[in-house]
Design a protein around this ligand. Structure first.
Ligand code: HEM
Length: 426
């Protein structure tokens, strides 16, 4: 629908939806660059996520705006920067290899579900620093139960009010209580670890972090950010992975090329597959900013209160930026000249996704673990339709496949540069 409106009304168009107010979609890279650079103090983004506050908590970087948002963000960013993420690569490889080892000829898998399990475990180990299988299992059960009870309907206060055991709010409150108990337990255990200062998981780094005034994060802040990283980081990455498999498995030439590149230890094509997947199948179709003051956007004077949507999916499908934009052509990220603000799967500016480098590395590493070892066959004759679920775009059926052949053998060669932050191509 958005793409139809884009074709019909051009690069800037207004949408008025009942309950959402006035929104202006912007599909012009230059106008998006202006929103994502310079002073952004007149742009709110946390407000739009406030429906998540009952679960993520009031300290979550996702729901905050203004100086408090910047404080949390500055504390959270260092553990997710290049060299730190490189340190998580081994963890991801290990989790991915163990997942693929469980696949046998004749198995039928729903890839998005398998990838959810995998990305959950990556967050548990790399972010929470929890590696003991029994503890990972407990966290999976407790946090998964909360996530499964969470929906945009939480925006309606009556739905998250605890009206007794059998009410949706009551169920959520009980599950939250159990999940919080585990998270606070992990925080307390970690605080007491003698090797805290040498550990590289995100929780340990956050426990040692100090803000500009020398203040450490409180337990409540840590709990909220752990939940936020899990909520923001595991389903999104799992969805990206499911899309990557669906796109590759239906394209023998690209599949053969990525397999050969992996076997030769050349990462450029593998990284290009990751970028092209997130271009053609962005998991989030638009960022959102609410204006607190009037602002000129793409040449239009917009009043305070208007929501501006930098149109991620719209930019990704512009034929003047990407030749034959409907086609999956990873080589476009190798062959052609890069330009800024044309590749936006992780949004931008002071709200750009904190986990962008981790997510790209994860997608590449899982493909590296799976593609040379297993032949998968899609069970659907055509590509899985893309549908909106909650606030993300997902493959409707989760990409069901059958395992045709498994090659056991030696390790796959690796040469792995840190993924670049902003990737663009024509
Ligand atoms: C393919 C996977 C992912 C996609 C497509 C994705 C996409 C996004 C997008 C579009 C935003 C909003 C940016 C904006 O408004 O400009 C965002 C924010 C965020 N993401 Fe991701 N994300 C992914 C993985 C992750 C991971 C792995 C983590 C952490 C472990 C993470 C943590 C966050 C956080 C904390 C924010 C809020 C940043 C802020 O408000 O300052 N994401 N993500």
């Amino acid at each position: 629908m958005l793409r139809r409106w884009h074709r019909r009304y051009g690069d800037v168009f207004t949408v008025r939806l009942l309950g959402f107010g006035t929104g202006v979609y912007v599909a012009e890279p230059q106008a998006i660059r202006e929103l994502f650079t310079g002073d952004q103090s007149d742009l709110l983004a946390g407000e739009a996520n406030s429906f998540l506050e009952p679960v993520l908590g009031r300290h979550s970087v996702l729901v905050l705006d203004g100086p408090e948002h910047l404080r949390q963000r500055r504390l959270l960013l260092p553990p997710f920067q290049g060299s730190r993420v490189a340190a998580f690569r081994e963890t991801v490889r290990d989790v991915a290899a163990r997942e693929v080892d469980r696949w046998h000829p004749g198995d039928r898998l729903v890839l998005r579900a398998r990838m959810r399990e995998l990305t959950f475990e990556v967050i548990c180990r790399a972010v929470f620093g929890v590696t003991e299988p029994s503890r990972v299992k407990r966290l999976r059960r407790a946090l998964g139960a909360v996530i499964d009870t969470t929906s945009p309907a939480l925006a309606i206060p009556a739905l998250h009010a605890d009206l007794g055991r059998f009410s949706p709010g009551g169920k959520l409150a009980r599950r939250l209580h159990a999940a919080d108990a585990l998270l606070y337990e992990e925080i307390a255990r970690r605080r007491a670890e003698p090797d805290l200062a040498e550990r590289s998981d995100v929780l340990s780094l956050l426990l040692c972090a100090r803000d500009e005034d020398g203040r450490a994060m409180t337990d409540a802040e840590l709990r909220d950010e752990l939940f936020t990283m899990l909520a923001a980081g595991h389903e999104t990455t799992a969805t990206g992975l499911a899309f990557a498999f669906d796109l590759l498995l239906r394209r023998p030439a690209e599949l053969a090329r990525v397999r050969a590149a992996i076997e030769a230890g050349q990462d450029a094509y593998l990284d290009a597959v990751t970028k092209e997947t997130l271009r053609l199948r962005p998991v989030i179709d638009a960022a959102e900013r609410t204006l607190t003051r009037p602002r000129t956007v793409a040449g239009y004077e917009l009043p305070a209160g208007v929501k501006v949507y930098p149109g991620i999916a719209l930019v990704h499908y512009r034929p003047d930026l990407y030749r034959q934009p409907e086609e999956f052509r990873p080589e476009r990220f190798i062959d052609e000249q890069a330009e800024s603000y044309t590749w936006l799967p992780f949004g931008g500016g002071i709200r750009r996704c904190i986990g962008a480098a981790l997510a790209q590395m994860e997608i590449a590493e899982v493909l590296r673990a799976a593609i040379p070892r297993v032949d998968l066959r899609p069970l659907r004759t055509t590509e899985d339709p893309v549908v909106l679920r909650g606030i993300t775009l997902v493959p409707k059926h989760g990409v069901p496949v059958s395992v045709e052949r498994v090659r056991r053998g030696g390790p796959v060669p690796v040469s792995a540069p840190a993924p670049s932050g902003a990737a663009t191509a024509t």
